[in-house]
Write a protein that binds this ligand. Structure first.
Ligand code: ZN
Length: 172
């Protein structure tokens, strides 16, 4: 957070780029960085590349009683459509804002059109936690960080305190 690249609208990827070594290398670097930091998503600007590419991988995680599974998906030049404006809140974290957590409310039901890594057009409809994860990652391609969307600054805290006072309370 603070690096100007995170505040830009990233450049659209040109189809002819997809088959280049450079582009494949970018996807590999992104995947590696995501895994290293135990994240479930990453966007190219987070590793210093201002291009409209994001990865998300959710392997059957259970959050708030909802089981979600999304195999590794590459979102290129995505466009989001909101299907249901009703908001839902989740505690978000971000590789670009390490050690912090914040409570963010976002629309609960969305549809995304994007290209996959082969350049094929895809449509993905998502609800619940997955809808939040997708909106968080795609925000990165348009210069927005989750901290911009925290309505109540009191609900922005260190991960350590989050685990101690919020997560633990939810389990108890
Ligand atoms: Zn993030």
């Amino acid at each position: 957070m603070g690096n100007p690249i995170l505040r830009l609208t990233a450049e659209k990827v040109v189809i002819s780029e997809l088959s280049t070594r450079g582009f494949k290398g970018l996807l590999e670097d992104m995947y590696e960085s995501m895994k290293e930091s135990h994240g479930i998503g990453i966007a190219a600007p987070q590793i210093g590349v201002s291009k409209q590419v994001a990865l998300i991988e959710l392997g059957s995680i259970n959050r708030y009683g909802e089981v979600i599974d999304l195999p590794l998906t590459t979102f290129i030049n995505p466009e989001i459509e909101i299907i249901d404006e009703t908001t839902q809140g989740f505690w978000e974290g971000c590789l670009s804002v390490p050690g912090m957590r914040g409570y963010v409310e976002r629309p609960r039901h969305i549809k995304v059109r994007f290209l996959n890594e082969k350049g094929e057009e895809q449509i993905l409809e998502a609800e619940g936690f997955l809808a939040t994860v997708i909106q968080h990652e795609l925000d990165h391609l348009f210069g927005t960080l989750y901290v911009d969307r925290i309505k109540d600054p009191k609900l922005f805290m260190f991960q350590e305190e989050f685990e101690k006072y919020i997560q633990q309370a939810a389990i108890d």
